[in-house]
Design a protein. Structure first.
Length: 111
């Protein structure tokens, strides 16, 4: 009967010995591809005119995931540029695309 408490102690997490902390745990293999890594690589490859690299990056994730990652990258880049230039994100976006800046009076009278 005295063995039952000993067995229970070994089964409970608090009774187990801690793993040897001197030996590092082996790295776990990555599951799939990170959509943000794929998006960053895809956009960089497109900017550097490297279609082979862009195609390889695009093949890592689904088209929908890649689109989401590219959109997130664009938003973050636009916000960063707008802060650096002390301008609105809309003004910076239009400037990057070569579009004329819309004046506030014109926007109000569009309707």
């Amino acid at each position: 009967m005295a063995r039952v408490p000993e067995r229970l102690r070994r089964l409970l997490p608090s009774g187990r010995k801690a793993p040897d902390s001197s030996a590092p745990a082996p790295p776990r293999p990555r599951q799939g591809h990170n959509l943000f890594e794929a998006a960053a690589e895809y956009v960089a490859a497109c900017a550097e005119d490297d279609p082979a690299r862009a195609e390889e990056a695009a093949s890592r994730v689904s088209p929908g995931m890649l689109s989401f990652g590219i959109n997130e990258l664009a938003c973050r880049a636009l916000i960063t540029l707008a802060r650096e230039r002390n301008q609105s994100p809309s003004t910076v976006a239009r400037s990057l695309l070569g579009l004329r800046d819309q004046s506030p009076a014109r926007r109000a009278g569009d309707g």
